[in-house]
Design a protein around this ligand. Structure first.
Ligand code: ADP
Ligand code: ZN
Length: 731
């Protein structure tokens, strides 16, 4: 029997709200009735909250007590496949459904009536007298062929003050009108700025477009080195999706920083795509959310949370740089946007294209086994070739203890500065120095709330904890023994490296790119753009620069510490290092000039570095896969992490031990439990953390076993438990 999809006034409906209640609540449908999936406002206690009509009410109580839905909101109802997606996503990540709905309604003012804004258009009157400023305003209208502008846009385009525009409004030269704020996005033209593709690109694009035409779910790994033209290829799949009248979503890891990508999309399709990330204004967020639901936004370019937008007819999801760890949300709902993209696509007959130069082992394995199709792009587009790779054996280099740039790298940078080319010095460590210690008593200054060392940030003149964000002034005396002038910093961060570079490369223009040095994403974005245009000779950067920005003048990449990410016990250390080194060195020489990448290392014979140097990627992936297969680790087995935290370590341990003793439901599916053990960072924000790790065979119904295992568990006050299905990190 089909699900009832309309409820007339007074009928009992169940409403899922975003409030932390574990189930939908019953209400009476309001005047005019409610459709299944409608977004509504309902009373809850003294408040009004947002919810979605989830189905028929359950009843079983005195109906005269049921409260009524206040009103239906002026937004498109939630599609059935979206409800399905939220339910499956909740089940997969073991998250309450109400929390999933909160992810899917992250737009401000959804319940507001559509607000109005002032826009300006050209009127018929002539100004009483002409000035330069006025002429510029009229020229803007001329140039844009009768478009309308907000007052701010017009002032910016014309380069005039608001008073000039006000003067023109008074004389009816410019007309002021009120229009609804949430305007549809302009249509994108699939054939607008189509580039001539190379033969290889054409073949790859053809494969993707055929899948789009078929209109059924399929997933593809688009694998090609940096600069091979993957973006150009997947934009063809976007174009084909638009031709079919369906919507497309492109996910990017650092989209808030990428003005370049948005410009590229505009050049390709003749109009701006919708953007969704933390750097977008509230008004624009709401507009995007609503227009996506009405089918009035063809393409969204966004960060991982864009996956939860209410698309009317989503036909394609591209996950660019699919290996990037930022696709995993590490707080709140612990989900991996890459994996959930595949789920979402499968529920709405869409394509998913995972693009990378260095795929995750998961995706690589899926492509090997035929679960995903594989589309490969071999060489770089045009002249550009992969950079020449070199290791610098730091064991042979004698550097003073406060220096990190080897002579070989130094002279390579100098040569670039002379030739007017750019160099990148890569060090994945924010701040000035990772350790501050007392030379007298040996104390290393730590955070008061976490088991972590404080990192000196010299620009801010503070010590900062990278775990909890707490900071304090740099102390004058040792906080432990009270000695004066004994504190010394150990090791480099990007700020300290910049100091060294300033000494060594006198007169060169040096720019530091690190997320904490900029007040806003906008400021950082502006800086990246100006650097790309040549405003710096030497770029010093953290992993920010590894992600997709194009620096056409860059011909040298120096990796200061290639060993850094190899440390640690994480099973993904090798994979991550491989990806990061490949990505960073891929920044060099994208235009006509061949680049050079120099990797400073104390372990030039490490298998990962050897794999990078030899260029035998497949050999590397096979070796990694064999090792994981042999040990039953992902993607050949499954993991879930359990973190218990409490103000008192004993409470966390007691619960951990209790859980570790009662593992019946887990054993029943062949899962093993390890722990409890203190988490690698055993205290964060004054909470002690204890970890259990569940390991299960690949096909085990892990989530339902965990649900059984925790069923009926009453968490004592102050204790928190979170479950991380498919954990990426183990801290
Ligand atoms: P990837 O996404 O694999 O890193 P891109 O698609 O960004 O590669 O391409 C690298 C560079 O080459 C970009 O500057 C892009 O504009 C250019 N490019 C790629 N393909 C073409 C093409 N068919 N015609 C013109 N320029 C292209
Ligand atoms: Zn801290």
């Amino acid at each position: 029997m089909a699900e009832q999809d309309y409820f007339s006034e007074g009928e009992l409906v169940s409403v899922l709200t975003t409030q932390p209640i574990d189930r939908p609540l019953d209400y009476k449908a309001c005047e005019g009735g409610c459709h299944l999936g409608a977004f509504v406002e309902v009373p809850l206690g003294p408040r009004k909250v947002i919810g979605v009509i989830w189905g028929k009410g359950r009843g079983g109580f005195d109906l005269s007590k049921a409260r009524a839905v206040t009103r239906v909101l002026d937004v498109a109802p939630m599609r059935p496949e979206m409800r399905d997606f939220l339910v499956k996503c909740a089940a997969y990540t073991l998250t309450p459904l109400t929390q999933m709905l909160r992810l899917a309604t992250r737009a401000p003012g959804l319940s507001n009536p559509p607000s109005m804004q002032k826009i300006l258009r050209k009127g018929a009157a002539e100004p009483d007298r002409m000035t330069d400023a006025r002429r510029r305003v009229l020229a803007v209208f001329e140039e844009y062929g009768g478009l309308s502008f907000t007052p701010r846009e017009l002032a910016e385009h014309a380069g005039v003050t608001p008073s000039v525009i006000k003067g023109l409004v008074k004389q009816n030269v410019v007309l002021e009108e009120d229009t609804p704020r949430d305007l549809p996005f302009p249509r994108l033209e699939p054939d607008y700025g189509r580039k001539e593709l190379t033969e290889a690109q054409e073949a790859a694009a053809g494969q993707l477009c055929d899948k789009v035409k078929a209109g059924a779910y399929a997933s593809t790994l688009l694998w090609g080195i940096t600069g091979s033209g993957k973006t150009e290829v997947y934009l063809e799949a976007v174009a084909e999706t638009l031709r079919r009248g369906r919507q497309a979503l492109v996910l990017l890891p650092e989209i808030a920083l990428s003005a370049e990508f948005m410009r590229r999309v505009e050049a390709r399709f003749g109009a701006k795509a919708a953007e969704w990330h933390s750097g977008v204004t509230m008004t624009e967020r709401r507009r995007t959310w609503k227009m996506v639901g009405e089918g009035a936004a063809d393409l969204v370019v966004g960060a991982r949370s864009a996956l939860f937008l209410p698309f009317r007819d989503l036909g394609l999801i591209v996950v660019d740089e699919e290996h990037d760890t930022s696709y995993k949300q590490e707080d709140g709902v612990l989900y991996n946007a890459r994996d959930m993209s595949v789920l979402r696509a499968s529920l709405c007959s869409a394509q998913v294209v995972l693009a990378s130069a260095t795929p995750s082992l998961e995706s690589w394995t899926n492509a090997q086994s035929g679960k995903y199709s594989l589309v490969e792009l071999g060489s770089r587009y045009g002249e550009a070739v992969l950079p020449e790779l070199k290791t610098i054996d730091m064991r042979q280099v004698k550097l003073p203890s406060n220096r990190w740039i080897s002579p070989e790298l130094e002279s390579a940078v100098k040569a670039r500065v002379t030739r007017g080319e750019q160099s990148l010095l890569f060090l994945n460590r924010r701040g000035y120095a990772p350790v501050t210690l007392c030379r007298k008593c040996g104390e290393q200054i730590g955070c008061d709330h976490c088991d972590a060392r404080m990192v000196e940030h010299r620009f801010q003149k503070r010590l900062v904890c990278h775990q909890c964000g707490e900071s304090k002034p740099i102390p004058e005396v040792c906080p432990s023994c009270g000695a004066e002038d004994t504190l010394a910093v150990v090791g480099p961060g990007v700020e300290r490296l910049a100091e060294e570079a300033a000494e060594r490369f006198e007169g060169a223009r040096i720019a530091v790119l690190s997320s904490d040095l900029f007040g806003s994403a906008r400021a950082l974005k502006a800086q990246i753009t100006s650097i790309a245009e040549g405003a710096a000779d030497i770029i010093i950067g953290t992993q920010l620069v590894a992600k997709g920005h194009n620096f056409p003048l860059l011909t040298l990449v120096g990796i200061i510490d290639a060993d850094l990410s190899l440390q640690g016990s994480d099973m993904r250390a090798a994979e991550r290092t491989f990806q990061q080194m490949r990505q960073v060195s891929g920044r060099a020489g994208r235009a006509e000039k061949r680049g050079v990448a120099m990797l400073q290392t104390y372990q030039p014979d490490h298998p990962v570095l050897r794999a990078i140097m030899s260029g035998k990627e497949r050999a590397f992936w096979h070796a990694e896969a064999d090792e994981r297969r042999a040990t039953g680790m992902p993607p050949f087995g499954r993991l879930a992490g359990v973190i218990i935290s409490a103000p008192e370590p004993k409470d966390a341990f007691d619960l951990g031990e209790h859980l570790a003793r009662n593992t019946g439901p887990l054993e029943a599916v062949g899962a093993q439990v390890f722990g409890p053990a203190p988490a690698p960072i055993a205290r964060v924000r004054d909470r002690h953390r204890v970890r259990l790790l569940i390991k299960a065979p690949k096909d085990a119904p892990l989530q339902s076993a965990i649900r059984q295992w925790l069923k009926g568990l009453k968490l004592p006050n102050q204790l928190r438990l979170s479950i991380d299905v498919d954990p990426q990190n183990f801290y």
